[in-house]
Design a protein around this ligand. Structure first.
Ligand code: FES
Length: 127
């Protein structure tokens, strides 16, 4: 069986994707979410590994955790601005934008695409 060719496709202008934001692009039959966080660009299929929801269109939020004290009381919520999560709109599964991993289980992971940014353009490798 012949190996599938990889096609590099320009998907956006760099200037259209600012830090902490996302773009949703349609390339042929694929819908891809592009995310920029801390000056890096990430790309994932817009299909949730849970039940196929449009995960890339979900809420973008810093990771949230409770502020648990040594005596196990909770004094409030903490927002970890060093971690950006996307929350699937269908059932609330949360994924780290930089890794595509689910916040609590290794069983769910977004399908990544290889991304290149050159001379003000963003490219994604498609198979
Ligand atoms: S389809 Fe995304 S959380 Fe269920």
């Amino acid at each position: 069986m012949p190996a599938k060719q990889i096609r590099r496709v320009r998907v956006a202008h760099s200037a259209d994707l600012s830090n902490g934001r996302r773009l949703i692009v349609d390339i042929g039959e694929s819908t891809i979410g592009l995310f920029r966080f801390k000056d890096e660009v990430y790309a994932y299929a817009n299909t949730c590994p849970h039940q196929g929801g449009p995960v890339c269109q979900g809420l973008l939020t810093p990771r949230v955790k409770e502020d648990v004290q040594p005596d196990r009381t909770v004094t409030g919520m903490l927002y970890d601005v060093d971690r950006l999560h996307i929350v699937c709109p269908w059932h609330g599964a949360e994924f780290d934008v930089t890794t595509g991993r689910h916040a609590t289980t290794d069983k769910l992971r977004l399908q990544p695409y290889t991304v290149t940014e050159e001379e003000g353009e963003i490219y994604v490798d498609l198979r």
